[in-house]
Design a protein around this ligand. Structure first.
Ligand SMILES: [Zn+2]
Ligand SMILES: [Zn+2]
Length: 209
């Protein structure tokens, strides 16, 4: 870590703990906004996003959560992250589809093209031939893959979240279709992480596994 960690409250790089981190609870404080939280465990965990062992468990007066000192983002519960990582491509794709559903539910975005995309993504579990399944997805009105969001749907999306919605759809569909040929890669997991980050940064509750 080259710079001081980011504050979970204001985002400035002014979050610091004055004490050694060997005897919890450790008091963290932001010099910029005065936000305080307590680190209640000594142990640091590997962050699911950046793979650094920089994630701590924090408690403030309202809630407790995982915070990555390296990315300056909320992290996932280590057990939950482990279970996501261990999923098959198909299950990761279905989870990404659930993320899209939760996001649309929270933002009040409804359209039949979203329902059709979700049904297609869930169907990955039924298809033996993933290449065939992948091709079917190209014919959808809402397909991701760099294609524009259908105008009828676009009208229903609040201006402020149009970019975010498009990014979520793009990454959601790539979980199941990236690198279908050749040896397994980290791309499906990468795209799923982007979906989860979008939900977390817009305060949408993640779906259960
Ligand atoms: Zn702050
Ligand atoms: Zn991180």
């Amino acid at each position: 870590m080259e710079q001081q960690p980011l504050c979970p409250n204001c985002g400035d790089a002014t979050f610091a703990c004055g004490e050694s981190e060997t005897a919890p609870p450790v008091a963290w404080r932001c010099e910029s906004c005065g936000y305080t939280a307590q680190q209640d465990q000594v142990q640091k965990y590997t962050c699911w996003l950046c793979n650094e062992k920089t994630m701590i468990h924090l408690k403030d007066e309202n809630e407790d959560y995982w915070w990555c000192l390296n990315c300056g983002k909320r992290g996932l519960d280590p057990d939950f992250a482990y279970r996501l990582d261990a999923m098959t491509r198909q299950d990761k794709q279905v989870y990404a589809a659930k993320c899209l559903k939760c996001y649309c539910g929270a933002k009040g975005i409804k359209h039949k093209s979203i329902d059709k995309l979700e049904a297609h993504l869930h169907a990955i579990r039924m298809h033996k031939n993933l290449a065939e399944w992948e091709q079917l997805g190209a014919y959808l009105d809402l397909a991701g893959r760099g294609a524009p969001v259908p105008p009828q749907l676009q009208k229903k999306i609040p201006n402020a979240v149009r970019g975010e919605f498009a990014k979520l759809v793009e990454n959601c569909v790539e979980v199941g279709r990236s690198d279908l040929e050749g040896p397994p890669t980290g791309w499906p997991a990468h795209h799923l992480k982007v979906c989860i980050e979008i939900l977390q940064s817009s305060n949408v509750q993640l779906p259960t596994i």
